[in-house]
Design a protein around this ligand. Structure first.
Ligand SMILES: [Zn+2]
Length: 334
């Protein structure tokens, strides 16, 4: 959820275990490990928690018993504005598929420097003084980048904190994983997701909320994408298109794929399509249909849509491929 607003740890819902552990670390103050690994599905609060932890470490007026920054002091204001001089985030750049070695070199140099901001908080303890870097998504480092990072993990500079974020921890080098304290972020429960959506969007009607919960699969980022913008208005239109695929023509199918390849529509289409496939799978299981076939198609769609996001594949072509697979699976003659 990079780019989301700054939320304090106490308002990151549904991650009792991992956030609880971060709060304990904050209370222990100076005993913070040098490297943390936040792993779990996309959009469940990993990047939000990383920024919340930074804000808590930098705040000069935090009540020691609370994990929440004051929100008012200069470091808090700089964190909220994304301009704190001791905090840096490396993520895959627009149009790229990997976190580059240059980005990793930059952050390893950065966290080896002495922090620019060091203050004394109201209780007289030293606040700030940490150099922090976040890598999101760490599993998208190539071997050279990972090895460059490994050197820093082996000999971490004092008062440095590195947070690696990933939804695919299995793709990280074991030597990297083993040097990080691991925090698992789970998919959000319906209750936690409801809370996030209500707090972020406000005024959502019950039927919109239910639809969002069904489609978001425990991801706050997906829930927000569905409830924000025009996505909810597009749902009926998309379902009519997909329901009609086996009876339509190839021309109609390609026209539909082109329409839904526009950037904002495509994000919605990817969520709608996966939700629709899960529903078909459930129905097939309940009614004795070709459940294995639908489940395989659901997995295939998830893999292709993920690949399309990672490698910036042609969006219209990706949808065309999936629409054709779905139509043929249901007996279309093309
Ligand atoms: Zn503050």
């Amino acid at each position: 959820m990079s780019g989301a607003a700054l939320r304090p740890l106490s308002r990151i819902h549904g991650q009792v275990e991992s956030v609880g552990e971060l709060v304990r670390l904050l209370r222990e103050g100076g005993r913070m490990p040098h490297a943390l690994l936040f792993h779990g599905p996309s959009g469940v609060g990993k990047a939000t928690a990383a920024r919340a932890l930074a804000a808590a470490l930098y705040c000069r007026a935090r009540v020691p018993a609370s994990p929440d920054p004051c929100g008012q002091c200069p470091p808090c204001r700089r964190m909220a504005a994304g301009s704190h001089p001791d905090f840096v985030l490396a993520e895959v750049e627009e149009g790229k598929t990997q976190v580059s070695i240059e980005q990793i070199r930059e952050i390893t140099r950065f966290i080896a420097l002495t922090a620019l901001e060091e203050g004394v908080d109201e209780a007289g303890a030293v606040a700030g003084g940490w150099k922090m870097a976040v890598v999101d998504d760490a599993s998208r480092m190539n071997d050279a980048s990972a090895n460059a990072l490994l050197k820093t993990l082996e000999e971490p500079p004092p008062r440095s904190l590195l947070i690696l974020i990933t939804n695919r921890p299995g793709r990280l080098l074991p030597t990297i994983r083993s040097r990080c304290r691991s925090f698992r972020f789970a998919p959000l429960s319906d209750a936690a997701l409801r809370r996030v959506l209500n707090e972020e969007m406000g005024g959502l009607n019950e039927s919109a909320l239910v639809q969002a919960l069904e489609l978001a699969e425990g991801s706050a980022a997906q829930g927000l994408a569905i409830c924000g913008g025009d996505a909810m208005n597009w749902l009926g239109e998309f379902r009519r298109l997909v329901d009609g695929l086996p009876r339509g023509t190839l021309a109609v199918l390609c026209e539909g794929a082109a329409l839904w390849s526009e950037k904002e529509r495509y994000v919605a289409a990817a969520l709608f399509l996966q939700g629709w496939l899960r529903k078909q799978s459930k129905t097939a299981v309940a009614q004795g249909g070709d459940a294995a076939g639908w489940l395989a198609l659901t997995a295939e769609a998830a893999a292709l849509l993920e690949k399309s996001a990672v490698f910036n594949l042609n969006r219209a072509l990706t949808l065309e491929t999936l629409f054709i697979r779905i139509a043929r699976f249901q007996g279309a003659g093309f």
